[in-house]
Design a protein around this ligand. Sequence first.
Ligand code: GLN
Length: 279
Amino acid sequence: MNRRKALAEVRKILAENQIEDATLEGEILLRHILGINRSQLYTDLDNDIKPADVKHLLKLIEKRTKGEPSAYITGHKEFYGLDFIVNQRVLIPRPETELLVEQAISLCQEYRYSTIADIGTGCGAIAISLAVSIPNIKISAIDISNDALKVTKQNCEKHGVLDKVTLLHGNLLQSLPELVDIIVANLPYVREKDMPDKGPLSFEPSLALNGGEKGLDKIKTLCHQAVNKLNKKGSLLLEIGQRQSGDVMAILREHFPSGLVEVKKDLAGIERVIILRLT
Ligand code: GLN
C-alpha cells in the first residue's frame, strides 16, 4: 500500500469513528510510524509502506478509535512551534494556551521583566516556550506532581533551556523561594461535574484538569498566595475556562484592589486569559 492510499484509508476509519480532524490525525499517526515530517510525507506520496508498518499503523488507529489522544499515542505534541514530549503524566498542551504565552512575552518586553514563575508546568510547554523566546529570563517551573516534573525535565533538556528554567516541586506557589516579576499558570479549571469518564479528556491526569465544584479551587488559592510572591510592578496571567472570567476577576479584585485586570479572548472568541497588572 502506498502513502496516499494509507492516508485515505486511515482518514476513512477515523471519520467513521467520529474522530474530529480525521485527516490531520491520520497524518500524525502515519508520520509517526514512518518517522518523517510533513513535507517528506507529501513529497513522496507514491512511496510504498512496508507491511509491518501498515500493521503497526492499524494498531495505532485502533487505540485512537478507542479514544486515546494522538499525542499520547505518538508521545509528542507541537506547541508554540516546538515539539514537546508528552505522556499520561501530563496534560496535552492546547493551541489556545499559546495566547497565554504571547501575552506573557509582550508583558516581559513591556516591563523588562527578568523572572517568571510557571505554576502547574506539566510538560513545560509554557515555561519552555517562554525560555526559548525571551533572552536573559529566569523561570521557575513548578508542579505538584513529581511524575510530571520528569517530563518537564526531559523537555528542558530537549530544548536546551535547563540553564534558564529551574524545576521545583510544590503546591502552587508554596515552594517558590523568592518574589518574581510575573506569574503564569494554566491550572486545572474543569468543573468537577464536567470531568469526563470517557473520551480523550479521560486519558489525561485529573490532577491537571479537575478544579473542584466551580473549577476555581486552584485558581483561588493561587491568587491568595500570589499577594506575597509578586514584585511591585508584577503581573499575573491565568488561563481560564468558559464563563469563568467574572468569578476570576472578582477573586483578583479582592486580593489586588488596585491592580488592573484585563481579559483576552482566544481564536474561538472564548475569554481565555486573564491578566492582572500591579503597575
Ligand atoms: N483546556 C482544557 C480542556 O480541554 C482544560 C485545561 C485546564 O483545566 N487547565 O478542557
